[in-house]
Design a protein around this ligand. Structure first.
Ligand code: GLU
Length: 237
């Protein structure tokens, strides 16, 4: 098991994401990384502990109001900087983190390679990410729709978070078999593998179920199933 954290809102994202990753260290991991979106994507990732990443990126531009972070437990490809998450899509516009295993990644990878894709990591995650981007470009649809189409073809387990340079306030999240909690604040939302990254900010949390997708903006949280139907889930009082 390993961890995911996300934030979109009015605060600085990096301190929330990095502190959240430290709270998830108990789940075990071999590498870690963050993606921040502010006038373009910035991705920092490294084999080793969260503290090693923090040290490696001292002095870098970490300013952003939206960000995602990951602790990886390698299943596809050795623990390395290259295989660490977040991964970036071929266009460079999308960044994604993933907990879990995409069982049919080899077949999808073959199709993408035939369409001219090359890969910079050995992970199943980079395959799913470029599959999503390929669908988005070929179907001329938005990211949310491309994620739904891709996930209908995927077997395995996942919790994924994606950010997109073309939609710089939104995190798209989805899960099957890997946990995902969303914390609701005023003009902000928090995402985590459990509630520990968000507890000091909000007590209002929503648990996302298998085969659900979340469209998360600072002021709005929409849950849908993979059939594009909205799901209405009340916050626990
Ligand atoms: N299967 C992915 C990888 O090997 C994600 C592993 C994880 O759950 O951290 O990179």
């Amino acid at each position: 098991m390993c961890g995911i954290v996300g934030y979109t809102g009015h605060r600085e994202a990096y301190p929330i994401v990095i502190t959240g990753l430290k709270r998830l260290e108990y789940r075990g991991y071999d590498s870690t990384g963050v993606a921040l979106l502010n006038n373009g994507l910035k991705v920092y990732k490294k084999k080793g502990r969260v503290a090693d990443l923090e040290e490696a990126i001292i002095g870098k531009d970490l300013h952003a109001h939206i960000g995602i972070g990951h602790t990886r437990w390698a299943t596809h490809g050795e623990p390395s900087d290259r295989n660490a998450h977040p991964h970036q899509s071929k266009s460079g516009k999308l960044a994604m983190i993933h907990n879990g295993i995409i069982e049919n990644y080899a077949q999808i990878k073959k199709e993408l390679v035939n369409n001219g894709y090359t890969f910079t990591s050995d992970t199943d995650t980079e395959v799913l990410l470029n599959f999503i981007e390929d669908i988005k470009e070929n179907n001329e649809c938005n990211l949310e729709e491309a994620v739904r189409v891709a996930l209908k073809r995927v077997t395995g387990a996942y919790c994924i978070l994606l950010i997109d340079e073309d939609d710089p306030e939104t995190i798209i999240a989805a899960r099957k078999g890997s946990p995902l909690v969303i914390g609701v604040g005023k003009g902000e939302h928090f995402l985590g593998s459990d509630a520990s990254p968000m507890l000091e900010y909000t007590k209002e949390v929503v648990y996302v179920n298998d085969y659900e997708l979340a469209i998360v903006k600072p002021d709005e949280l929409i849950l849908k199933n993979l059939g594009n139907e909205k799901i209405h889930r009340l916050l626990p009082s």
